[in-house]
Design a protein around this ligand. Structure first.
Ligand SMILES: [Zn+2]
Length: 271
């Protein structure tokens, strides 16, 4: 997300945007290198027309690079203005270490890093505490031994994003789900196991309107079935009340129009 006012943004906000610009810039640089190489070899082969066709794309890549640099400048200036802040990088291989700078002398020019932008501006003790045994001894020489013996709890921004997405999906699923008040599956006689609130509400309306239909046809003959439908409706109502922390009376009143319209639509004309 582009930052409107760097002076009020958090170190993390700024570094997230700088990391994004850096990746976009890197992609454009590699595109530009590839295009230039092809352009050159086409010219060498005397295929000037084909070479000319590549030129708008070369220009586009150049422009992207320039735009990334322009966007990064005020953010880097803000880092300087505040006298810098803590930053951390994780080396992307098994057992990779956490460093306070990618220029750490234990790393190489080819080392691949994940920039841990979520930790930008955080206390170094917190970073070391999360890194545990993954903390680079060169970058964090003062980390206590007991911290160094702990396993790493560091996550990359990508891992955190995936976890947040997963939690969001679980939350959405839970919002749609229904169980019996004690958390066990909601089991009914006539409708089987009911897993979603949507189905629960529909079955509640059906159970009551169908019981009413049976009662009109022949109460004595359908006595058992009527009782079972009423019992199912009662179970569903209790489940809905427990889920929403509302009283059964309250929900019964809310669902009454649904029962009525179900009755009108499905059963009122039957004889
Ligand atoms: Zn280091």
């Amino acid at each position: 997300m582009p930052i409107d006012d760097p002076t009020t943004a958090t170190p993390s906000d700024i570094d997230v945007e700088l990391a994004r610009l850096d990746i976009e810039n890197g992609k454009a640089e590699s595109t530009l290198r590839g295009l230039r190489k092809r352009h050159r070899s086409l010219l060498e082969d005397g295929m000037t027309e084909y070479a000319a066709e590549l030129e708008p794309r070369i220009e586009q890549a150049r422009q992207t690079i320039a735009e990334c640099e322009t966007a990064a400048r005020p953010l880097e200036a803000e880092f300087e203005r505040r006298g810098g802040w803590t930053r951390a990088w994780l080396v992307l291989n098994t057992g990779g270490h956490v460093h306070r700078t990618p220029q750490c002398r234990t790393c190489f020019a080819t080392t691949q890093f994940a920039w841990l932008t979520q930790l930008s501006g955080h206390d170094e003790t917190e970073i070391v505490d999360l890194a545990g045994k993954a903390a680079c001894t060169e970058c964090y020489p003062s980390a206590p031994v007991e911290v160094r013996n702990r396993p790493s709890r560091i996550k990359t921004p990508e891992q955190l994003a995936r976890e947040a997405e997963k939690a969001e999906r679980a939350k959405a699923k839970a919002a749609k789900a229904i169980t019996a008040p004690d958390g066990t599956p909601l089991r009914t006689t006539k409708y089987g196991q009911i897993d979603t609130e949507f189905t629960a509400r529909r079955n509640y309306a059906d159970a009551l309107s169908y019981a009413r239909h049976l009662a009109r046809v022949n109460v004595a003959y359908h006595r058992d079935s009527i009782a079972e439908h009423h019992e199912d409706a009662r179970l569903i109502l209790a489940a809905l009340a427990a889920k929403h922390g509302r009283t059964e009376d309250d929900l019964r009143a809310e669902l009454a129009p649904k029962v009525e319209s179900r009755w009108n639509r499905e059963y009122s004309n039957w004889r």
